[in-house]
Design a protein around this ligand. Structure first.
Ligand SMILES: [Zn+2]
Length: 182
């Protein structure tokens, strides 16, 4: 997603969050420093996780987003990693919250970077994708950020229906991997 300078965190924040001074300026494209109190702020990338849930018949799950951004488009289950949480713990928590699913196996697959607009500000993320199996494929419910979900053969997936560029990239890489591995 295109980001104008005004949407970048180093332009969006006008006052020092520590002392309230207006002398809070960008010193690089990821760092702001307060000229009054010396407070230093880094706009780091936020870690997020995404699950490619693999069914016994080889299909994978895509969800439909119930929330902005990209409401109504296809997605993978997952979300932000909380402070003091591992990526695997975040994935386990998100799948419980969003689907009522318990992870059985979980293997790191790939990562992508992304930017999206939230509260008028451009948020940078690092998306970590895992290939998972779950303990029970029958008792799943769509909760939280998920409006609905369905299972897809990789040949059925139209990448254009996935709005998030990083999730589209992850699913695209998975389709390529399946095609090359048979
Ligand atoms: Zn300050």
């Amino acid at each position: 997603m295109e980001t104008t300078n005004e949407q970048h965190p180093t332009r969006f924040f006008k006052y020092c969050p520590h002392c309230g001074s207006g002398n809070f300026k960008a010193v690089s494209n990821k760092e702001m420093r307060c000229g009054a109190c010396g407070f230093d702020y880094f706009s780091n990338s936020a870690a997020a996780v995404a699950a490619i849930i693999h069914a016994p018949d080889g299909r994978i799950m895509l969800t439909r987003r119930a929330v902005e951004p990209w409401r109504g488009t296809l997605d993978l289950p997952g979300g932000f990693v909380d402070p003091d949480e591992t990526a695997e713990e975040a994935l386990r928590r998100e799948l419980r919250e969003e689907l009522g699913a318990e992870i059985e196996t979980c293997e790191y697959f790939t990562s992508t970077h992304n930017r999206y607009m939230y509260s008028g500000c451009s948020v940078a993320t690092t998306d970590l994708a895992f290939i998972c199996t779950i303990t029970d494929y029958e008792k799943l419910t769509a909760n939280d950020d998920i409006g609905d979900f369905a299972w897809y053969e990789t040949s059925e997936i139209e990448l254009d229906n996935i709005a998030s560029p990083s999730i589209r990239e992850i699913v695209g890489r998975y389709i390529q991997k399946k095609a090359s591995c048979g």
